[in-house]
Structure formats: C-alpha cells, structure tokens
Design a protein. Structure first.
Length: 335
C-alpha cells in the first residue's frame, strides 16, 4: 500500500539501544505514539529488534514461522514499565531487514488505526505482502528513469488491461522477466514507453530489436506522456496499490504481481522515497508499429551493423504520427 504512516524513526531504536537490557528481557517503547498506543518497538540483550502489539483478551493469537528473517509468536511478556500482558511479537532475525521492519511497523500501525480488523488479521495481511520480498530485498532504489518506466507499465496494466481482461492480463506482462517486449500475447505485443519530455511524445528506444514486431501479429507502442508536479495525484506506490486492489480476490495473481515487481527491482522498503515522484497524466495513446513508424533495425544499415558496434540506443519523436494511433482510451482497442 502507499505509505500513509511514516516508517518508525531511527531515533526510536537508538534510544532503546542505549538502554539495552541484560538476560532474556526486552526493553520497549511506543513505536509510533502519534498513531497508536498498541504498537511498541523493543530490543533484546543482543540488540535484536522486535515489534510488540498488545492484545485484548478476546483477540486472536498468531504464530507464523514461515517468513524468512521474520517470526511471529504470541506470548505473555513483562515489558519494563508495563504490566504483564499478552503480546503478538514480530521478531526480525536479519539486521539487513531492519529498514524494512520500520515500514512493516508503519503498515501494522496504519491497520490498527484504520482497518477495524483484529491485529492477527492485520499482521497476516502485511506479512503476506512482505514475505515475497524479504529474501531478496533490493539494496538500492530505482533510478528516476526506472521509476518512470515501471510506472508506465503498471499504468497500462491497471488502466488498459485489468479492467477488461482481469487477472489473465498478468500473464502477458513479460518485460521485467527479460522478454523483448513489455507485454506479449501469442498474436501481438505491446512496448510501453513513458516520458516527461516538455517536447511531447519523445521516447528512448533501447536496441535495434525493441521495435521489431513479433513473429505472429503486430507490435503496438503505448505512449504515456507525464508531467512531474508536486501536487499530482499519481505516483509509483499508488498505481501498485491500485493493481493490488484490482487483484485482491485472486491470491495467485496477487502473488504473481508481487513476484514481477521484485524482478523489476521494486521493494516496499523504499515506498516513501518513491512517493515523492508525483506524476500527472498528460496523454496516453496506443500506436501501431507499422509501415512508416520511425524506428531502426539491422536493415537500416547498408552492409549491416558496423563491426564493433554492440548496442544502439536512439530517440524517436511521435508528435507527427497521429495517423498511426489506434486508440486513445482502453475501449477503443480491440483485442
């Protein structure tokens, strides 16, 4: 989900580290006191980090040992300065996952504040999303260009494909998995391009085969013209959350979405950073890459590609190619 609550601040853990306990005890303090008084951060004698959710007598317990690097137990605990109580304990066993734990804590706090569900259901929902990412957390954020590219693909998926094709549209999303085109069907392919150029439909093409049609059927190019604006309503985490909502009733498809996002280098750990790139949709159009469409191929070079040239990148301008537009909105495109 798009982060509504900011991650747990580093200062919370710093203050706990300064008072690290001895033996088997935990020392704890509220993790996000402005949001909820039910979520606490705790450290043990080794410096290991825990999230504690105090449970009411009628609330369900949860035990989850399936997540790599995380475990969830329910047990009676005596927290320094607090009476004995029943807590749901989320323990992080991998220090490299501490930044992710801060985001997980924020999502749990948000659920406690807004969802009305039992803590066990909230934690299960949050961990179901994070379990797919935990073992392969990206160690860097996506570049601005990578964010724009992923946003464009997800926009095409969410606005053009899922409302008409349902979860089967995910099978066609092949770009992050290394395929030549971003979306591929047996009888057609679609290459997706996003741009924030002030000059209009200016797109970067990577390689001589990116605009080559598939063997069976036409190639289309989806052009998404964006403008970066601080007050815009769209961003990468928001379009991802829209896709998750569209797939909420299909657990298998939701899992596939998360796996593809992981392959694309996306991780929820950086959602707050990704939310800063706010985008307004200026234009979305679908072109057919047919005769007259500007592109290069091996045949563009008399005598073939010169020796020693391994990769070609170039820029195309589609501002004067309206005659090749086949759709300006999803219902104008016939599958």
């Amino acid at each position: 989900m798009e982060a509504i609550v900011s991650p747990i601040a580093p200062e919370v853990w710093i203050r706990l580290e300064e008072a690290r306990p001895t033996g088997d005890g935990l020392i704890a303090r509220l993790g996000l006191p402005s949001v909820t008084d039910r979520l606490m951060c705790a450290v043990d004698a080794r410096g290991g980090r825990h999230l504690l959710i105090v449970l009411q007598p009628d609330e369900d317990e949860l035990r989850d040992l399936q997540s790599r690097g995380l475990s969830v137990l329910t047990r009676e605990l005596v927290v320094q300065g607090q009476p004995s109580a029943r807590y749901m304990e989320v323990e992080c066993h991998d220090a490299t996952g501490y930044p992710a734990l801060d985001v997980i804590g924020a999502e749990i706090a948000d659920g406690l504040l807004t969802s009305g569900r039992q803590p066990a259901e909230i934690v299960k929902h949050v961990l179901a999303k994070w379990r797919r990412f935990w073992g392969q957390l990206p160690r860097r954020t996506l570049s601005r260009e990578e964010q724009l590219g992923l946003f464009a693909e997800l926009w095409f998926l969410s606005a053009w494909l899922l409302p008409r094709l349902g979860s089967t549209a995910l099978v066609a999303w092949r770009g992050p998995l290394g395929s030549r085109h971003d979306f591929e069907w047996p009888d057609k392919s679609v290459e997706v391009k996003g741009t924030t150029s002030t000059r209009g439909r200016i797109h970067q093409i990577h390689g001589l085969d990116q605009l080559m049609a598939p063997e069976n059927g036409p190639l289309y190019l989806f052009s998404l013209h964006l403008r970066e604006e601080a007050g815009a309503g769209n961003c990468l985490p928001r379009v991802i959350e829209t896709c998750r909502h569209q797939l909420a009733s299909d657990g298998e498809a939701l899992g596939r979405l998360e796996s593809i996002l992981l392959q694309a280098g996306y991780s929820p750990i950086y959602e707050e950073e990704y939310s800063k790139l706010r985008l307004r949709i200026i234009e979305e159009v679908l072109f057919v890459v047919s005769e007259g469409f500007p592109h290069l191929s091996n045949l563009s070079f008399v005598g073939g590609i010169p020796p020693g040239i391994e990769h070609v990148e170039y820029e195309i301008n589609l501002n004067t190619f309206d005659h090749l537009i086949v759709a300006r909105q999803p219902d104008q495109w016939s599958f």
